[in-house]
Design a protein around this ligand. Structure first.
Ligand code: BLP
Length: 391
């Protein structure tokens, strides 16, 4: 694959070198714990090259893993990619790979709830202090940096309230203070932004979402630049992080259609979001492509496309009316996660319980949608019926 190939060609080609595929189209599923050697020289060579694609032991990976790791690294623009059993596993392993007792962490206030829980319930116990910051803080982040601040963690956009962060500015300031910049880049997936061009050192994906794309595998990836790859890879290995080659095969299979699925999710979501924006019951739509979404200007600058996940805020409502809205939908099902081919809906309450550096106006209910690959005529009809029940 050439770096000059267009994205659609890269998505088809990345990670499919013959050394991984053995001549077939999709890299085979190599399941392994023990790898055997005929000579001591062969074993010594494997030990020497165990971190760069030489089969050594199951936990270091097999060609199934190496192929997918290379594919994600090339699409994200990093040097190397570590794999984890879930997105949350990628987040925890990335943080634990670079933080030690006595360190200070800057965590975006709009982080995915389990990320916040990790900081408060585990990292605190290890003597790692977390300060949460406003996603729109920009240059103001300087006031929060201490001599022991080691990591700046971003999630852009926030996966519920959708604020888009000024990643290049925050990364520049963090690097002035020798901090490591980590980005939960799940919303962009590996194709809709260039994290390393924005100064990110470790880009994290819940592959569970759009990469897998079929709601049938849990997986996480963390891709690092030259500065951070060795430390991320070795510390993740020390923590025993590994993934099933069967899951990796399914994730790689999903990856090959990521471009076409993402384009359709984006088109469908904009169609539904524009319709919602016209509804009198809607206070505003929080889709990064809309001016009503905080950080819209950064979305226009830093992203090449949107996806199917966005939220909208109703002008009024309570638990009963929102329940009437979200229950009994024909196509939107209530469920956690997103990024599969199906449409999902979540009425999100208690946002202020997962905010400590910002304040959310809880008087107006928020509903998060994942727009799948269904025909948007049917999705809009489903939402029309929901408004009938809500009103
Ligand atoms: C941005 C981001 N980053 C990492 C992960 C974790 O991935 P994993 O599920 O593979 O571990 C995720 C997983 N996403 N899951 C969800 O969004 C499901 N929603 C929730 O978990 C949730 C929890 C509490 C309150 C509100 C929500 N919510 O999103 O509405 C993510 O969105």
């Amino acid at each position: 694959m050439s770096k000059n190939d267009k994205l659609a060609t890269q998505i088809v080609s990345v990670g499919r070198e013959k050394k991984f595929t053995k001549g077939i189209i999709n890299p085979p599923v190599f399941r392994a714990s023990t790898v055997v050697f005929d000579t001591m020289d062969e074993m010594r060579f494997a030990i020497k090259n165990k971190t760069n694609g030489e089969m050594f032991y199951g936990r270091r990976g097999t060609p199934t893993h190496f192929s997918f790791q290379q594919a994600i690294s090339e699409l994200e623009g990093g040097v190397g990619t570590a794999l984890y059993p879930s997105g949350a596993g990628a987040i925890s392993s990335a943080l634990l790979s670079f933080l030690k007792s006595g360190d200070h962490l800057l965590m975006v206030d709009t982080a995915y709830e389990p990320t916040r829980d990790l900081c408060n319930k585990m990292l605190a116990g290890f003597g790692i202090e977390t300060t949460y910051y406003d996603p729109m803080i920009g240059e103001g982040i300087r006031e929060l940096i201490r001599p022991n601040t080691k990591v700046l963690f971003l999630e852009s956009p926030g996966s519920i309230t959708m604020e888009v962060q000024d990643v290049p500015t925050l990364s520049r300031i963090a690097h002035e203070h020798d901090m490591i910049v980590m980005l939960d880049n799940t919303w962009a997936s590996p194709i809709n932004s260039r994290p390393f061009d924005m100064g990110v050192d470790v880009s994290i994906q819940a592959a569970t979402k759009y990469i897998v794309g079929h709601s049938d595998v849990m997986m996480g990836t963390a891709t690092a630049n030259e500065k951070c790859w060795d430390q991320l890879r070795e510390n993740s290995y020390l923590m025993g992080q590994t993934t099933s080659p069967d899951d990796v095969y399914l994730a790689a299979r999903g990856l090959r259609t990521l471009g076409v699925r993402m384009a359709q999710h984006n088109k469908n979501a904009l169609n539904v979001a524009n319709w919602l924006a016209s509804r009198p019951e809607v206070d505003h739509v929080r889709h990064p492509a809309f001016e009503t979404c905080p950080g819209h200007e950064f979305f226009k600058r830093d992203f090449s496309s949107g996806n199917g996940l966005f939220s909208f805020v109703l002008k009024q409502g309570d638990l009963a009316s929102v329940t009437a809205f979200v229950e009994n939908m024909a196509h939107f099902k209530m469920g956690f996660s997103w990024g599969g081919f199906e449409s999902l809906i979540l009425g999100v309450f208690g946002i202020n319980n997962i905010r400590t550096a910002t304040q959310w106006d809880s008087s107006k209910p928020l509903i998060r949608l994942h727009i799948g690959l269904e025909d948007t005529d049917d999705l809009i009809a489903d939402l029309e019926a929901a408004f009938e029940r809500y009103n």
